[in-house]
Ligand binder design. Structure first.
Ligand SMILES: NC(=O)c1ccc[n+]([C@@H]2O[C@H](COP(=O)([O-])OP(=O)(O)OC[C@H]3O[C@@H](n4cnc5c(N)ncnc54)[C@H](OP(=O)(O)O)[C@@H]3O)[C@@H](O)[C@H]2O)c1
Length: 263
C-alpha cells in the first residue's frame, strides 16, 4: 500500500502493526506520522519505530492516504470526528478498535472504512488479522488485505462475525501466554530452573504451532502424543477434569460479548 500513513494513537497494538510492516519492508518509517497525547509515549514511538510524531491528530491525518485509528475503543469515534474535516476524500480509514462497528464509524465520517482486528504477534511478522470492510469499501479492503498479508495471515469475515473472530485471534495471544505461564510455573514447582522451563515451554508451543499449520486435525496430533495409559493420558485427564474445554468456550464467549458491548 503506497502513500502516507497516519497512526492516530500509536500504542501497543498500532505500534506493533507499524513496526511489523516496517520490518517487512512493506512501508518505510518515512511514510508514517504517529500521534499520542503524552510526550513520553511519542518519544518512545519515535525511538522504537523511527517515525515522525505529533500530538496533533488533524495535522497527522491531513495528507494521509491511510489513517489507522489505534486509540482505545471508547475514544475511536471521537478521534475520527476530530479529523473528519481534514481527511482526504479518498483516504482509507482502518479501525483496529474492538467492538466498534463500521456503521458507527460511518456515522462520524462517510468515506472508505475498513475494520481490522490485528494481534500483537504482527510485531514479529506472524500476525493474524480479521478484516471486514464497510459497505462500499470492498476495493479499499482488498488493498488493506494485500498490505497485511506481508505480515501474517488474513481472514475476511462478514462483520456480524467480527467480534466472534476477535475472541479467537485478537485476544488469543493472551490465552496462549497464560498457558505458557502456567506450564513454566508448574515446571518450576517440580524443580526445573525458570530458564530451562521457559526454553522448553516456548519450543514446545512453537513446534506444536508448526505441526498444527500442516493442517492435521488437532485431535490427531494429540493422539500421536497420547499412549494408552501413559504419561500424556494422565496429564490430559487432569486437564479435562479441570474443565479446560468449557473454560475456553466460556472465555471466548465472554470476549465476544464484551467486544459487542464496546461499540
Ligand atoms: N493490545 C492488543 O493486543 C490489541 C489487539 C487487537 C486490537 N486492539 C485494539 O487496539 C486499540 C488500542 O489498544 P492498545 O492495547 O494498543 O492500547 P494503548 O497501548 O493504550 O494505545 C493507545 C494509544 O493511543 C494514545 N491516545 C489515547 N488517546 C489519544 C488521542 N485522543 N489522540 C491521540 N492518541 C491518543 C495513547 O497515548 P497517550 O495516552 O499518550 O495519548 C496510546 O499510545 C484498541 O482499540 C484495542 O481494541 C488491541
Amino acid at each position: 500500500m503506497r502513500g502516507k500513513i497516519a497512526v492516530l494513537g500509536c500504542g501497543t497494538m498500532a505500534g506493533a502493526l507499524i513496526g511489523g510492516l516496517i520490518d517487512a519492508g512493506t512501508i518505510t518509517a518515512d511514510d508514517v506520522v504517529a500521534t499520542a497525547r503524552s510526550q513520553s509515549h511519542r518519544d518512545e514511538v519515535a525511538t522504537t519505530l523511527g517515525v515522525k510524531t505529533t500530538p496533533d491528530n488533524a495535522e497527522a491525518a491531513r495528507d494521509a492516504d491511510l489513517v489507522i485509528l489505534g486509540v482505545k475503543p471508547y475514544a475511536t469515534v471521537e478521534v475520527l470526528q476530530e479529523v473528519s474535516e481534514v481527511l482526504k476524500k479518498d483516504a482509507t480509514v482502518v479501525s483496529i478498535a474492538a467492538g466498534v462497528t463500521t456503521a458507527t464509524l460511518l456515522g462520524a465520517w462517510q468515506g472508505k472504512v475498513v475494520r481490522v482486528m490485528p494481534n500483537t504477534p504482527v510485531r514479529v511478522g506472524e500476525g493474524a488479522f480479521i478484516v471486514s470492510p464497510a459497505p462500499g469499501a470492498q476495493k479499499a479492503g482488498e488493498k488493506v488485505v494485500e498490505m497485511l498479508e506481508t505480515v501474517g495471515t488474513v481472514v475476511e469475515v462478514p462483520e456480524k462475525l467480527h467480534d466472534a473472530a476477535t475472541a479467537v485471534s485478537g485476544s488469543g495471544p493472551a490465552y496462549i501466554f497464560l498457558v505458557a505461564e502456567a506450564m513454566i510455573d508448574a515446571a518450576v514447582a517440580m524443580g526445573l530452573s525458570r530458564d530451562d522451563a521457559s526454553q522448553l515451554t516456548v519450543a514446545t508451543l512453537a513446534g506444536s504451532a508448526e505441526l498444527l499449520a500442516t493442517g492435521e486435525h488437532p485431535a490427531v496430533l494429540r493422539s500421536q502424543v497420547t499412549s494408552p495409559g501413559g504419561t500424556t493420558a494422565a496429564a490430559l485427564a487432569e486437564l479435562e477434569a479441570g474443565g479446560v474445554r468449557s473454560a475456553f468456550a466460556d472465555a471466548m464467549t465472554a470476549c465476544r460479548d464484551r467486544a459487542a458491548g464496546l461499540s
